[in-house]
Design a protein around this ligand. Structure first.
Ligand code: SAM
Length: 325
């Protein structure tokens, strides 16, 4: 069936088999089976969040070595299909073994480098909600490890710059004295990204237990690809990578083994093409319950006066964090 999308000139269908003439491909099956049908150098960006081997409903928990071997096979095929100027971004958290954590990026890193890839960033994705741990600090970040196939890789910061902290600042000496010192397009967002994770009250929440937010992938798509490039996700889940790609006029492909998530991905793509998919906009400030005046931020066991005092103190502390020392 064909769907129209303002980003693409013609009506687009969702194909189940990869072909470079398509625009959107959702392969209902194992990513290795799909990758075997994809030509060398086809993808400009491969962005994914693989199963973390935690025994979720869609994965069989394996011994760590077996899990890493499985990942290595997928990564090797991905590298074959990656363009010489392309990027691979693997978004991972921790594997937990009897209470001990193993950060998956540390054990996956040697797989990527043994295939000749070069690491460009280890992005920390910080969020505020998750499990509450009682025997260690609660985990409030995951990482995106970004590798490229060569030193001559495509990267464009401009579409993802964020507002400068001091846009009015000027050079105070030298040949540029008196001129504005910052880039008017904004600053580099850095390698610490504060983006809410998709929990129950998030506008993007679906039945999939481990979605990543669309805005997280939009940053990768916009900085690492050009319009019409292919973006691939071997572990589609609810299809977030394809959503972020087609939203910006890129082609999107990926695989998913679980039929209900294949259906979910297809539905989200249709909604995106119809312009009805609700997502959290890029650059929207993170909700601050104190600033929003949420009454739940006032502890019932304090007096109203103490509570206001506390809220003001918190605000001052926050403000001080952001002003120059
Ligand atoms: C962590 S989730 C990805 C979630 C995704 N980032 C999103 O935003 O919805 C991993 C997904 O990979 C799927 N999966 C696991 N093994 C797979 C395989 N060999 N090939 C394709 N998909 C697989 C699982 O069913 C699961 O939906």
């Amino acid at each position: 069936m064909a769907y129209s999308c303002p980003m693409f000139e013609k009506q687009q269908g969702i194909s189940a088999r990869f072909n470079t003439t398509e625009h959107i491909v959702v392969f209902p099956g194992d990513c290795l089976d799909m990758l075997r049908t994809c030509p060398d150098n086809a993808f400009q960006l491969i962005a994914t969040s693989p199963p973390y081997n935690l025994g979720k409903e869609y994965e069989q928990r394996l011994k760590l070595d077996a899990y890493l071997n499985q990942q290595a096979k997928v990564i090797k095929e991905c590298v074959r299909c990656l363009n010489a100027r392309g990027s691979i971004c693997w978004q991972v958290g921790n594997y937990v073994d009897n209470g001990a954590i193993i950060p998956l990026d540390t054990v996956l890193y040697p797989i990527f480098t043994s295939l000749g890839l070069r690491m460009r960033n280890r992005i920390i994705w910080h969020f505020e909600h998750g499990l509450h741990c009682s025997k260690r600090f609660s985990g409030r970040y995951e990482t995106i490890i970004w590798f490229t196939k060569s030193n001559d890789y495509y990267f464009n910061l401009d579409p993802i710059r964020i507002p400068q902290k001091y846009p009015g600042k000027k050079h105070f000496k030298g040949p540029k004295a008196g001129q504005y010192s910052c880039n008017p397009l904004g600053k580099n967002p850095g390698d610490l990204w504060i983006i809410p994770n998709v929990k129950s009250n998030h506008v993007e929440k679906t039945a999939h237990p481990c979605q990543f937010p669309v805005e997280l992938i939009e940053r990768l798509v916009l900085s690492m690809t050009r319009e019409d490039d292919w973006v691939f996700d071997p572990f589609l889940g609810s299809g977030t990578t394809i959503i972020a790609s087609i939203r910006h006029g890129r082609r999107g492909a990926g695989a998913e083994t679980v039929p209900k998530y294949v259906d979910l991905t297809q539905q989200r793509i249709k909604d995106e093409l119809a312009g009805t998919l609700r997502t959290r906009p890029m650059h929207k400030p993170v909700y601050d319950p104190i600033e929003a005046g949420n009454s739940l931020t006032i502890a019932p066991w304090t007096t109203q006066r103490d509570a206001i005092q506390l809220a003001l103190l918190e605000k001052k502390r926050k403000h001080e964090r952001y002003v120059a020392k």
